[in-house]
Ligand binder design. Sequence first.
Ligand SMILES: C[S@@+](CC[C@H](N)C(=O)[O-])C[C@H]1O[C@@H](n2cnc3c(N)ncnc32)[C@H](O)[C@@H]1O
Length: 243
Amino acid sequence: MPALLAWSLAWLCFEVLKTLGLPEWVAMVAATFLGGALTTLVHTRMRRALVVLGFPLSMLASSSSFAMPSIGWLLLLGLIVLIYPRKAWRDAPLFPTPKKALQELPEHIALGGGARILDAGSGLGDGLIALRAAYPRADLNGLEMSWPLRIVSALRCSFARIRQGDIWLADWRSYDMVYMFQRPESMPRAVEKAEAELRRGAWLVSLEFEARELVPNAVVHGKDGRPVWMYQLPFKRVAERAL
Ligand SMILES: C[S@@+](CC[C@H](N)C(=O)[O-])C[C@H]1O[C@@H](n2cnc3c(N)ncnc32)[C@H](O)[C@@H]1O
């Protein structure tokens, strides 16, 4: 909703400035700046980028120099839905875990050889690659909603077992660690599921997004500044910390 609001306001600003007689390029720059100012409506870097790029990209797509037949738009939409299926819209689309983001995990979480790790929403396999660098002897598993991503990630990560499926319907009980890189909104559901299914001593690890209701056992910041949040079962609630 904040993105739609920002894009609409940028377009409104563009049209108003043009109506007032300003040259098109001035109206365009001003509207893009407005989009930039409205990035304060959202809180993650990726969302800020979407907010600021929405107006110039939609302008490019609607310009006459970018003529695409309507079947082209339909095919593009089909491709997007195939890569990012409707069922996954409540969670994150495809953003990969940076290569070295998880290299400090073993300093905080010791896992024996053969420990079972699940990358919940494994995308193109970058999370699994980073997990393998951190835990080379672990039994690595991926679960991904999108068929095309599942196929490509299986080709990239022959060392892991990757299945197509829904992370919320899967059984997490056999895992020693569930790793996620989803959305802030996914975290309460992940906490609830981990608490219901993971055994005592197992871990829920989240790149970038905090489980706000929990006290983390540890948090590290990767080279790109993204935090990695670590929570061990049984979870400690924020309210308990306050007592
Ligand atoms: C931000 S990407 C992270 C990819 C990978 N874990 C990594 O860190 O490189 C999130 C992935 O989760 C997948 N996803 C979102 N919701 C899902 C769900 N309910 N079940 C399975 N996969 C899901 C998306 O398709 C996307 O590939």
